[in-house]
Design a protein around this ligand. Structure first.
Ligand SMILES: *Cc1c(COP(=O)(O)O)cnc(C)c1O
Length: 412
């Protein structure tokens, strides 16, 4: 059987990830492979650490990617700091909060799970009350819940946790590089992200950072794998070998422990993706995401669809639209991608079928994509029989919004 040459369609990805990688990232990834202890690669690793610290807004000593998708970083942090019986509080407000809970539960922790109606966030005061009552060692929470589009404020909770010697662990997978995120200022002890969202790099890495409070636990639990050191023993050793941060940090540190094999190509890509962020400026980049997110909302409102999000607590890079009466949500997505080449995402859990999700992240977060998406969506909804769509108005409202920005126009 003969197979045709690889043909990948050129689609605009307007989902909450994976999103398009910046062309410069893809170009960087086409470079030759070098060995994992080649000085050139080690130098790239050191540079990547520094670039990550810039994007995470941290002075932490440790910032590096774990190889695996975003959840590998979350599992690495949680498994490395949680020991069986430790009290861990997980306030969930959507799919990815439940993912943290799932990992915490499997780690053997004494977990308390808080649940919230999908689309809502927690009042920080109430969260603090819950933390006081349970007295956990760790609080693990999501910053931007991409399943609902809700953004949880973290500053007050972080301050309380630090004052009470509680470890504050945050999933910033869809927010890092697109939404304001301040690791140090918000007293976050460990922050975990992914490459396939606002960083605009292919999936497969989980960049993370943690401070000395976490570092101290890793030091206490350190055990080098048998094949490298038969004498290394530690009854408190981290249960996973692959996701053992105490060993991974040594591969990323001066001792260059031969833990795993680094995905060289992805490292080239991440370094370039971070360099692009530095070139644009992290704050400019956040502003670009905010502006395009606002344009999208203005356009959707004018086009007559219903936005699911609470606009006061919405994250700027994910918007949920309620499926219009009598329309099959899967058909909307199919027409968008098949006829317009624009990929949008469906809803999860209780929101499946009832909503669809539009993302504006990274390289794809551009004016032409926002306007194109609004135009295509209006046409698609009318085509599938949605009532009350004000054809043309959404695009016009967004164009008007951009015009009124004057000198504040984003570069793309
Ligand atoms: C996308 C996303 C993840 C993704 O995890 P993967 O393992 O990379 O699929 C995790 N958390 C949040 C909040 C996300 O939005």
């Amino acid at each position: 059987m003969a197979y045709s040459e690889l043909v990948v369609p050129k689609h605009s990805i307007m989902t909450p990830g994976p999103v398009e990688a910046d062309p410069r990232v893809l170009q960087a990834m086409a470079n030759p492979i070098i060995g994992q202890f080649d000085p050139a690669l080690l130098h790239m690793m050191d540079e990547t650490k520094e670039l990550l610290k810039y994007v995470f807004k941290t002075n932490n000593k440790e910032a590096f990617p774990v190889s695996g998708t975003a959840r590998s970083g979350a599992e690495a942090v949680l498994n490395s700091i949680i020991e069986p019986g430790d009290k861990v509080l997980v306030p969930s407000f959507g799919r990815f909060g439940y993912l943290l809970a799932e990992m915490v539960e499997r780690s053997g922790a004494d977990m308390k799970l808080l649940e919230q109606e999908w689309g809502k966030i927690y009042d920080p005061e109430e969260l603090i009350k819950e933390i006081k009552e349970f007295g956990p060692k760790v609080v693990a929470i999501v910053h931007g819940e991409s399943s609902t589009g809700a953004l949880q404020p973290l500053e007050e909770v972080g301050k309380f946790c630090r004052e009470n010697d509680i470890l504050f662990v945050v999933d910033c997978v869809p927010t890092l590089g697109g939404v304001e995120f301040k690791t140090d200022e918000w007293n976050i002890d460990a922050a975990i992200s992914g490459t396939q969202k606002c960083l605009a790099v292919p999936t497969g890495y989980s960049p993370l950072t943690y401070n000395d409070r976490v570092g101290k636990i890793l030091e206490e639990r350190k055990k080098i794998e048998m094949g490298l050191d038969l004498k290394s023993e530690n009854p408190r050793r981290i249960q996973s070998n692959y996701l053992d941060l105490s060993q991974i940090q040594e591969y990323w540190g001066p001792s260059r422990l031969n833990h795993h094999t680094e995905p060289t190509t992805l490292l080239y890509g991440l370094r370039e993706g971070l360099r692009l962020i530095q070139e644009e400026g992290i704050d400019n980049r956040i502003k670009r995401h905010t502006i395009h997110g606002e344009a999208l909302v203005k356009g959707l409102q004018a086009s007559g669809v219903k936005i699911f999000n609470d606009l006061d607590t919405k994250m700027p890079v994910v918007t949920l639209v309620e499926t219009p009466e009598g329309v099959d949500e899967a058909k909307i997505r199919a027409t968008m991608v098949n006829d317009f080449g624009i990929e949008i995402a469906g809803g999860f859990g209780p929101l499946a079928g009832k909503t669809f999700r539009i993302g504006n992240m990274g390289y794809g977060c551009r004016k032409d994509n926002i306007l194109g998406c609004l135009a295509a969506l209006e046409a698609t909804l009318v085509y599938h029989g949605a009532k009350g769509i004000n054809v043309g108005d959404g695009v016009q409202a967004a164009m008007e919004f951009y015009k009124n920005l004057g000198d504040d126009q984003p570069a793309v």
